[in-house]
Design a binder for this molecule. Structure first.
Ligand code: ADP
Ligand code: MG
Length: 244
């Protein structure tokens, strides 16, 4: 596989939600190619379609138009079971509803990953992630014993543990103070650049966009490529209806 071929490709992907007689065009037709080693930041107000885009990229929702490809092969069009297999092998999610299992200690969240992936435990890798994310000494804690910020960082450690090709992070820093938020954004950037991952980070916080290689803005379902400098020049994103 050539390193220049995109890891993740969107071809005219769009999403319309239908609820009874109401329908919402949450995502207009969107095309995008994401290369290995690229960290893409997506900024936009609440309700603009960011989570819709991310969940379609990750095969958790299907588009109503267009297609998602991974390493050039169909992904969004696969049957659910096959999509789940590719998802386990290739993708790491950092979602807002943090992906931790409530009844497992942090230590066992990693073990669960090993079992699902049928892979051997990688203790040194686990310990490095846990240390880098400031969770040293928290391996015995259950999610409910952690602070909101610790839970968010634990979800990131678990998502990175199996070395996914593609990392999809939806507001990974929302529950963190600004110094922890920067640490997390820099960790995602380092993982992306050092290990050639393709990463998408949705954020409300434009101060974190300087660690991104590309910056996109979502507005009413329309995704537009911009730059960090342009975002700074045009001022803050209008506040949304809530913290999402
Ligand atoms: P963001 O992540 O930028 O806040 P979302 O992708 O969550 O935006 O939502 C985009 C639009 O789609 C909003 O108008 C939202 O109300 C709508 N929407 C999101 N999820 C659903 C759903 N499951 N059913 C119906 N409408 C939805
Ligand atoms: Mg969202």
């Amino acid at each position: 596989m050539s390193s220049s071929s995109p890891v993740l490709t969107l071809e005219g992907v769009a999403k319309e939600y239908v609820q009874g007689s109401e329908s919402v065009q949450a995502l207009e037709p969107t095309s995008l190619a994401l290369a290995a080693g690229e960290l893409v930041g997506i900024l936009g107000p609440s309700g603009s379609g960011k989570s819709t885009l991310l969940t379609i990229m990750g095969g958790l929702r299907t588009p109503t138009q267009g297609a998602v490809l991974i390493h050039g092969a169909p992904f969004s069009e696969l049957e659910e079971k096959e999509r789940a297999r590719v998802r386990h092998a290739r993708l790491g999610f950092v979602l807002q509803a943090a992906g931790l299992v409530p009844f497992l200690r942090l230590r066992d969240q990693f073990v669960l990953h090993d079992r699902v992936a049928r892979s051997r435990a990688r203790r040194a890798h686990r310990d490095q992630l846990v240390d880098e994310l400031g969770l040293g000494g928290r391996l015995e804690a259950y999610p409910e014993q952690m602070s909101g910020g610790e839970r968010q960082r634990a979800a990131i450690a678990v998502a990175l543990y199996h070395d996914p090709d593609i990392i999809l992070a939806d507001e990974p820093t929302a529950a963190l103070d600004s110094s922890r938020a920067r640490t997390v954004a820099e960790l995602l950037a380092a993982q992306t650049h050092e290990w050639g991952k393709a990463t998408v980070m949705v954020t409300h916080d434009e101060r974190l966009l300087d660690v991104c290689d590309r910056v996109l803005v979502m507005s009413d379902g329309v995704l537009t490529e911009t730059t960090h400098a342009e975002v700074v020049r045009s001022g803050p994103v209008p506040p949304g209806t809530g913290q999402d």
